[in-house]
Write a new protein. Structure first.
Ligand SMILES: Cc1cc2nc3c(=O)[nH]c(=O)nc-3n(C[C@H](O)[C@H](O)[C@H](O)COP(=O)(O)OP(=O)(O)OC[C@H]3O[C@@H](n4cnc5c(N)ncnc54)[C@H](O)[C@@H]3O)c2cc1C
Length: 172
């Protein structure tokens, strides 16, 4: 592919299955004491068998939908996962393990909370500091069942209003 996407030479539909509330959890670590070193990001997407099982059920649900009329009449063949060469049935769990990718919605690396492991308090102040707040996807304590852009704007707007009300931030 050389990095360029190519269209399939036939019409088709694609269904993407998303596991919103994954049980598996990744981590971000420092790679060294040098602040310019890139962090070590471990997604660990399918560490939990529960996540694999949920994605397998998602594929089964999509198959049930597309095998139901009227859409079933329009579909000639399932391309992916489909069947492996030789007609043997594919291990769907194995397919999930080899094809799952992270979506563009990482959250929770500076989780809000009141416990010792929380990075920011419920007012988004970095614990142990006086004048440092975080307002982005990193503070989410748990995954949401939606895309992140609007919630991130809401988090920023709420913190901004809070700081203005307390006289901690002046807008132009
Ligand atoms: C390809 C892609 C598609 C997406 N599609 C959607 C979608 O359709 N709908 C949706 O709701 N969400 C979508 N998202 C998710 C959404 O865009 C992000 O979750 C959201 O923008 C996260 O907001 P944030 O404020 O946490 O981080 P960001 O939006 O990443 O903001 C971080 C900011 O910090 C700046 N920055 C970084 N380092 C420094 C530094 N050292 N000093 C100063 N500034 C710095 C960056 O330039 C950036 O402006 C998508 C994400 C991606 C990557």
């Amino acid at each position: 592919m050389n990095g360029s996407a190519q269209l399939s030479p036939y019409p088709g539909i694609k269904c993407v299955i998303l596991r919103s509330h994954a049980v598996s959890s990744g981590r971000v670590r420092l790679s060294s004491g040098d602040p310019d070193s890139p962090p070590v990001i471990e997604c660990r997407l399918l560490e939990s068998a529960e996540d694999v099982a949920t994605l397998v059920r998602g594929i089964e649900a999509v198959r049930a939908i597309v095998n139901t009329d009227p859409i079933a009449k329009l579909i000639e063949v399932e391309v992916t996962p489909g069947a492996v060469e030789g007609g043997a049935s594919l291990d769907v769990a194995e397919f999930v393990r080899s094809h799952t990718e992270p979506s563009c919605h990482p959250i929770g690396t500076c989780r809000m909370g009141v416990d010792e492991d929380a990075v920011v308090d419920p007012e988004l102040r970095v614990r142990g500091t006086e004048n440092l707040w975080i307002a982005d996807a990193s503070i989410m304590p748990d995954a949401i069942s939606a895309n992140l852009n609007a919630p991130c704007m809401m988090i920023g707007a709420k913190l901004g209003r809070q700081l203005v009300a307390k006289g901690r931030w002046r807008t132009a």
